[in-house]
Design a protein around this ligand. Structure first.
Ligand code: ADP
Ligand code: MG
Length: 220
């Protein structure tokens, strides 16, 4: 059996984004409950509305470039999610698309670089870092492990699986952290003992995206 190399087409990435949307719809109540504990209880509602808008915008439409697709995704999230997470997720997908540019397909290395650019965008507009108890506690380890695995020439499927495991650990670690950014930071030490809702949503968005990418993996 030859080396399995993942090539991500714009078309398959649309499927991955729709898969992330379905994961958000299925977890709407869970995300809202997490936000009710340490925020204002709207995270699931916000993201459900946002990904419905994304779905309406991109489903059935044909795109030839990542930049065009991801600009539509970013705008849909920016204008419909509201709250702190709308601009942050919007920026994530916008920067990803800018990095991928007008290409119709991407290698896993290019995808990893795009994720890194997206995480950079979230960090710069939210002024956040790792261990602030936010979505960055999932996005940063996901991006770092993905880049490391790709650089070490780990098989593609394994790269995605390890990145997802790192993201899951990052999500679970938010339970014991004190929130330093966003609404939950108003609670200080009382935020300890609860998982961050944005970390939970980032994890399920990335997990569904990677699973969809793995299911279209081709042997070349
Ligand atoms: P709001 O807090 O405005 O109600 P949401 O409930 O939709 O917005 O989103 C809350 C999530 O946004 C948090 O759980 C956290 O993960 C994320 N978040 C908030 N502020 C920041 C920030 N500065 N950097 C990164 N993520 C943040
Ligand atoms: Mg909220």
């Amino acid at each position: 059996m030859g080396d399995v190399i993942l090539v991500i087409s714009v078309e398959n990435f649309i499927k991955s984004l729709l898969s992330s949307a379905n994961a958000v719809f299925a977890s709407k109540d869970m995300l809202t409950e997490l936000d009710a504990a340490i925020g204002d209880g709207d995270h699931g509602i916000n993201l459900d509305r946002g990904f419905k808008t994304v779905k309406e915008k991109i489903e059935g439409k044909s795109y030839t470039a990542f930049s065009e697709l991801l600009r539509d995704v970013a705008k849909a999230l920016l204008f419909s999610v509201g709250g702190a997470s709308g601009p942050l997720y919007g920026q994530f997908f916008l920067k990803m698309g800018m990095k991928l540019g007008s290409k119709p397909e991407a290698t896993l290395e290019e995808f990893a670089n795009a994720v890194k650019a997206g995480v950079g965008g979230v960090k710069s507009i939210g002024k956040g870092e790792r261990f602030d108890k936010t979505m960055l506690d999932v996005l940063i380890p996901f991006s770092e492990v993905l880049s490391t695995c790709v650089n070490e020439k780990t098989p593609c499927a394994e790269c995605l699986k390890r990145a997802i495991e790192a993201a899951r650990e990052g999500r679970d670690e938010t339970i014991n952290l004190i929130a330093r950014k966003g609404r939950a930071s108003y609670l200080g030490e009382r935020s300890v003992g609860h998982m961050d809702p944005g970390a939970a949503s980032s994890f399920l968005i990335l997990e569904a995206m990677c699973q969809a990418l793995l299911s279209v993996e081709t042997d070349r």
